[in-house]
Design a protein around this ligand. Structure first.
Ligand SMILES: [Zn+2]
Length: 108
């Protein structure tokens, strides 16, 4: 009895590597609308600090070389003892103050 069964399973059912997972998909959708390439704004003494971060302090007439400080949101930029309210502050980078982070907040 010759029964030809053509029931061999299809051999080329290998899982095809689909290329759906392209690396670096849309990660760049997350940033707030911020125009880069603009000069960083300068802040004056007594201006409110709106973003916690590292600021460069630029003194009037260069009586002191510029230096970096941390300013906290909600504070005010201080006057300089030497050049008063002619001191300027330039945001270098924002950085959250650790005790304003929800995981590190100090219990009140
Ligand atoms: Zn100064």
């Amino acid at each position: 009895m010759h029964t030809h069964r053509l029931q061999s399973p299809p051999c080329d059912a290998r899982p095809q590597r689909t290329q759906y997972r392209a690396k670096g998909g849309d990660k760049s959708r997350h940033r707030p609308p911020h125009k880069s390439g603009q000069p960083a704004p300068l802040f004056n003494a007594n201006d409110p600090v709106r973003q916690t971060g590292i600021y460069e302090v630029i003194h009037d007439r260069g009586h002191r070389t510029a230096h970096e400080v941390v300013m906290l949101n909600g504070d005010f930029f201080p006057e300089c003892d030497s050049c008063g309210d002619r001191v300027r502050f330039r945001l270098i980078r924002t950085a959250p103050y650790i005790f304003q982070d929800e995981d590190f907040e100090e219990p009140q």
